[in-house]
Design a protein around this ligand. Sequence first.
Ligand code: ATP
Ligand code: SF4
Ligand code: MG
Length: 337
Amino acid sequence: MMNTKIVEVENLRKLFPVQKSFLDRLLSKKIEYVHAVDDISFNIKIGEVFCLVGESGCGKSTTGYLIVRLLEPTDGKIIFRGIDITHIKGEELRKLRKEFQIIFQDPYASLNPRMKIGDIIRHPLDIHMIGTREERREKVLSMLKDVGLYPPEQFYDKYPHQLSGGQRQRVAIARVLVLQPKFLVADEPTSMLDVSVQANIVNLMMDLKRRFNLTYLYITHDFGIASKICDRIAVMYLGKIVEIGKREEVLGEPRHPYTIALLTSIPGRKIAGKKLKIRGEVPNAINIPIGCRFYARCPYKKDICQELEPKFTKLSETHYVACHNIEMIKKDWPTLF
Ligand SMILES: Nc1ncnc2c1ncn2[C@@H]1O[C@H](COP(=O)(O)OP(=O)(O)OP(=O)(O)O)[C@@H](O)[C@H]1O
Ligand code: SF4
Ligand SMILES: [Mg+2]
């Protein structure tokens, strides 16, 4: 049977040791960890836009970095096109890396200010020794056109500081696409751009996806963007996935209070005429509570939530929610579509 999954993530974890001062280390031998990603599992199908949403600090970027092997996982497995890439290194990793790439949030920090645009986009071709000198130049010029930077010859010789934020992000996109990857992690590619150009970059990315047959893991804290582009969504909170499902499931019948809160925080968006307001911020990921991680902020909490971490309840073949109070939520928040 053909494997329709391009990425499979199984029980993935990433703990970062907390840096302590010398005095603190003397007083306590215990090493503490930030539970950035704490046992998450999901898969991404070929051709999908899979969105990962959640507030700042919930572990989205860490998940993305782990998948493209920029970080070493603490535990768990990452399978890419059927190959276990969790611990591959050296030449093996270098070869496969062409196929999975990442676009970073900050187009100002991610481009070398001393390199010309053409050289920046050509660099991956040089590293992987793809094509002759002339072919590489041609490839870069056609990439510049593909990402909407006209006339390409003019952009080739410019420096990053001569470009706007949106143009820089186009360069960053060209730089990863030049290797003809199959899978892209887009880590909040528009969150540092002017609102006026955000939609252009999102549209460009969707257009390129169709033209180059790409699959995306699209990371965003903006449920509004996710709701426009996703095929499936996973909602993350404090290192865990709390709800996952197809677009129409998560947007149309959200069943985790955190999902409902994020969804109804979109301006103008209500469910049955209401919004679910939550207070506070994501707590720090060092001292993780025993029960539900959302307990402190949850308007639906009950006693059991503080004692027992909720496991996934299967609502359909594709829709899963980790909450002890789904029945109550169903009553309060009727299906949207
Ligand atoms: N290199 C690191 N060392 C220590 N802690 C880290 C490191 N990277 C991330 N963290 C911590 O891990 C947690 C998850 O961070 P991450 O950057 O993955 O969140 P995020 O969802 O991408 O947030 P944002 O929306 O702000 O980008 C946070 O508590 C963060 O402080
Ligand atoms: S398990 Fe309890 S605390 Fe957690 S989200 Fe559900 S109702 Fe709220
Ligand atoms: Mg991030």
